[in-house]
Design a protein around this ligand. Sequence first.
Ligand code: HEM
Length: 474
Amino acid sequence: MLYYILFTILTTPLLLIILHHHLCRRRNHRLPPGTYGLPLLGETLQLIAAYKTDNPEPFIDERVGRYGPIFKTHVFGERTIFSVDPDVNRFILQNEGRLFESSNPASVSNLLGRHSLVVMKGNLHKRMHFLTLSFSNDAIIRDHLLVDIDRLVRFFLDSWSDRVFLMDEAKKMTFALTMKQLMSFDPCEWTETLGKEYLNVIEGFFTIPSPFFSMTYNRAIKSRTKVADALSKVVRERRKASEHGEKKKDMLGALLNEEVEGGRFSDEIIVDFLVSLFVGGNETMATLMTLAVKFLTDTPLALAQLKAEHDNIRAKKGDDEPLDWADYESMQFTQCVINESLRVANTVGGVFRRTTSDINIKGYTIPKGWKIFASFRGVHMDDQHFKDARSFNPWRWQSDAGKPLPLGVFTPFGGGPRLCPGYKLARASVSVFLHHLVTKFSWEPAEEDKLVFFPTTRTQKRLPLILRRRGSAM
Ligand code: HEM
């Protein structure tokens, strides 16, 4: 008996180790290749270090070289699969809500609100996503939004002095555009104050998400409350006015009118929803405007061709005549510049998802509950898909005209059920901005500025420019 007990005590740990090893091998043997790095930290520090240099590509490039376009790693506290494979990225995007669901840290719902589109899931998400898309489709932009975009862009550009930090000006402008489109507000003192609070909220996304460790995060949460209070007041007033038959054709009007299970959306849902549209639209659009100007400044031939396209449009119109839909549709080279800016800038570098069941893909099995990152940047910067991918070359979109790229290769706005609902609006706004910028001004850099990639892609000094009004004496 004693021998039996001793044998059991001695062999049980050994058996457990063998069993564990066997199970791990069984579970792991079809996972994509890759390394997890250090305990707890994983490869997070390598990822951040790469994005803090002038060239973040090696983090992905080295692993793709070693393991192929799907590899496993451990970043931000979790084992994660990285995909730089267009087929896999397309599969991930299209199967959102079925095999994958979007996975955001708690800080995102704290800052955006639990009813924001980014956080919503299931049928409510489908419905709200559709509503947002239908509010920014071609017909709405043509018939309603374009005229406001044109007017507001002029308003801001007319107020510029001869030296600006473009990123700051672009943020003010995109905030005003969103205020107008969502709630019909023109720029005023109230919108300016709200804009400042909103900028604090945005800062909260790029810091440690804890009110105890980060003043910035603490301030962001407080500003979020102020923004939500201010918007709640507007929603209440508009609801009252709409009950008295006063209807406005903006996003808020559409939300107030929408029927849900015999009733209407609550104020809280509407406010969270509006906040997520502000956040989704502004920073991304302002960054795209700024980086497009940076790339054009560094590529004089492209700038000259863009100027010629817009001078040509302006020559057919009076000086102050607003742009119309036909003008917008004629901006073909502008669309090439926007595509190429989106591709090189990678304003949104990719999306995180979580698997909702075991997924078999390209010979690998990704277990249920794992994080997966569909890297748009990795595909956009791959020479296999875009010749000489690291250079800004808007003409590549001209030679490709009429020849659509394979799905999953160019995804600056994502795809599938979470396709960016503001993508048409963003394109139209940036096009109108470029039109007025190049027809009204010439410019040169006030200082050397360069692209940085951490925590997001932007220029280090907010792109300081010296401006000269075209046609004015030097
Ligand atoms: C250059 C500008 C923009 C870029 C690059 C961009 C990019 C993206 C991407 C990649 C996604 C998909 C995220 C995912 O799949 O998880 C997305 C979603 C979203 N975007 Fe945009 N976006 C831009 C402009 C806008 C604008 C102007 C608006 C608002 C009017 C907007 C509102 C949103 C919202 C609300 C979502 C969440 C959609 C959902 O989860 O269903 N975006 N955007």
